[in-house]
Write a protein that binds this ligand. Sequence first.
Ligand code: ATP
Ligand code: MG
Length: 409
Amino acid sequence: MQIYKVGGAVRDRLLGKPVTDIDWVVVGATTEEMLAKGFRPVGADFPVFLHPKSGEEYALARTERKSGRGYGGFTFHASPEVTLEEDLIRRDLTINAMAEDDQQNLTDPYHGQRDLEARLLRHVSPAFAEDPLRVLRVARFAARYAGLGFTVAPETLDLMRQLSESGELEALTAERSWKEISRALMEDQPQVFIEVLRECGALKVLMPEVDALFGVPQPEAHHPEIDTGVHTLSVLEQAARHKQPLTVRWACLLHDLGKGLTPEEEWPRHIAHEHKGLKLIKAVNERFKAPKDCQELALLVGKYHTHGHRALELKPSTLLELLQSFDVYRRPQRFEEFIAACEMDARGRKGLEQRSYPQADYLRGAANAARTVAVQPLLENGFKGPELGEAIKRERLKALKTYKEAASA
Ligand code: ATP
Ligand code: MG
């Protein structure tokens, strides 16, 4: 048997990037030989094994044939006769279809190296169109390597467009889509992911609610970029620049969905867009089965982001409602993430990227003020049950009044 490094490890070494996980392909071996060498099989469908020591993935060279819709609709054929070239041709991009032996000799039948130099994300063969997930993968690689100058080859974009129009994207499971989306959002330029999806028509299929934001104007006084879609991309860009976690990036992407529902007569104003957007945020959350913390933060940011911006003008009672909605006493981290999303929203505007956001510290101070209210003295005064709850709220409101007065003095 011959063993080669394949895929990302080869690509990233040639790019001079750190290699984190290594995928291997094994040519000329049978499952029985692998098991005899102590490899552990993973998954029933794939001829893939884990190395007994390193735990890295070793796949038998295989060919694939499309036999139906979606990911389940693939038949694999792995046997010792399958060549390295045959294995590589089923891969998505030329830059991912190179292999390397233990002497660093490169096997590159589909000119991945040429495309690396040309900074092009190009599909290997027309079989690209057999797996709709590749649309998301290419958009994700575009987001990752945009900083190096990579773009999607026009003929690959054409294929992605055909796939998006064919209805195949709808066959993707929530799990597979979310895995790509969440990884793409954590890249350095997540806005490129959305841009590429939009360019090939996939955004309209996957997240029509986000697609609808493009072409919707906002008031120029607050939004010099005017377009709501452009604003959303800038907010995402800021979130990445400020190294925000996935929860915040997800909330940034979805925070203004309500603006897509505003009747044109009301443009460029968006009355109550926060509230109107909630059902859309919920729909997108559920479509991709986003993790609970992502879902929660997106809904809270959707509902309250304008509260964040107006923090300094909020009445103490409104501030208290905000803090209660976030349960800042038990969930301080989530409130921090809300503040971060608001700040990214404020900076994701043309020419305002460097602005200061005093609302952030003001909100933190308010949360601290409310938190200082001690429960013990109230208990000692005999409050219990719902009355205790009311008394705590009263004390917190008092604390917030004092806080606001001190802050504006
Ligand atoms: P990353 O750095 O994100 O891990 P990677 O290229 O290693 O990038 P993996 O998902 O680990 O990506 O897959 C390893 C290799 O398997 C890819 O480089 C590609 O050759 C191939 N591959 C993975 N998924 C697909 C797919 N859906 N269609 C075609 N080829 C794929
Ligand atoms: Mg990999």
